[in-house]
Design a protein around this ligand. Structure first.
Ligand code: SAM
Length: 277
């Protein structure tokens, strides 16, 4: 019988955030696959757990996944952990899960700390609907292209960022998204935990020498892409508005209904207009 693959969340700073279940699993598995074995060894030593470790990081995920699958197929139970937080969230984990599914191996997530979830729930921004983006590219053009892509997103946006890139990222955000409200969730679960709230431009002035780990929560756009498109459509002549829907394959009756809805007017008025043309 194959072993089980456990995805074990570990603390993001405060070691007291490890769960009883995570400790139990780490004690009982045959092997722990860790993003950085030295880092995880520190965690295991703290909780007096002694276990064989194997390295499993982004660059060797594919090769190592095959080795882990062989061991799982041979009946070993394996825990995957990353340096901090939940494996698979901007951390290695996704690849082994895919291959494990292909091999009919049971996957067991062990819940625990995750930086973005805690940043979001304490941010004061809408947590009803949100988009997790994670790390933006270090390449300026790619970074801006991604920001352009989400510019009209009305959901709360969530980003991870490395400390030394925080300023550059906020500058790109200011340029593309405008001076939005943001929250910097800094050093979560650690001694210097804080939430810095304000507009991007004000925060940029405040963070000259700031250090630590950050999650950036950005307020969604109050104007959606649909609103902008609708504004553009309504500025067109009625003929061009008609052509816009005609090109999408709608028939006359549907087009008149759509134009009336867009312009918040009676469909008979639109019908009469085109009748007299
Ligand atoms: N897997 C992790 C999780 O579940 O959140 C995320 C790992 S990702 C490589 C590291 C990024 O997460 C950091 O650059 C930072 O943006 C965020 N992060 C991790 N720990 C944090 C903390 N204690 N406070 C604020 N942000 C943190």
């Amino acid at each position: 019988m194959s072993g089980k693959l456990y995805l074990v969340a570990t603390p993001i700073g405060n070691l007291e955030d490890i769960t009883l279940r995570a400790l139990k699993v780490l004690k009982e598995v045959d092997l722990i696959a860790a993003e950085d074995t030295r880092h995880t060894l520190g965690l295991l030593n703290h909780f007096e757990i002694s276990k064989p470790l194997i390295s499993y990081y982004k660059q060797n995920e594919k090769v190592k996944s095959e080795i882990l699958i062989e061991k799982l197929n041979a009946g070993q139970n394996i825990a995957v952990v990353s340096d901090a937080g939940t494996p698979g969230i901007s951390d290695p984990g996704e690849e082994i899960v895919k291959v494990a599914i292909e091999n009919n191996i049971e996957i067991v997530p062990i819940p625990g700390a995750c930086a973005f979830v805690n940043a979001l729930i304490a941010s004061g921004m809408s947590s009803k609907e949100f988009e997790f983006i994670g790390f933006l590219s270090a390449n300026k053009k790619e970074r801006k292209d991604k920001l352009e892509e989400v510019k009209f997103e009305t959901k709360t946006l969530i980003f991870y960022e490395a400390p030394h890139k925080l300023k550059t990222t906020l500058e790109s955000m200011l340029e593309v998204l405008g001076d939005r409200k943001i929250v910097l969730a800094r050093e979560l679960t650690k001694i210097h935990e804080e939430f810095i709230r304000g507009n991007i431009s004000t925060i940029l002035e405040q963070i000259v020498d700031i250090k630590g780990e950050f999650v950036i929560i950005v307020e969604g756009n109050s104007i959606s892409k649909k609103d902008v498109e609708l504004d553009n459509l309504n500025e067109k002549s009625l003929e061009d508005h008609y052509k816009f829907y005609e090109n999408q394959g709608f028939d006359k009756k549907e087009i008149i209904k759509k134009i009336a809805k867009d312009r918040n007017t009676n469909k008979n008025e639109i019908y009469q207009y085109f009748l007299n043309k």
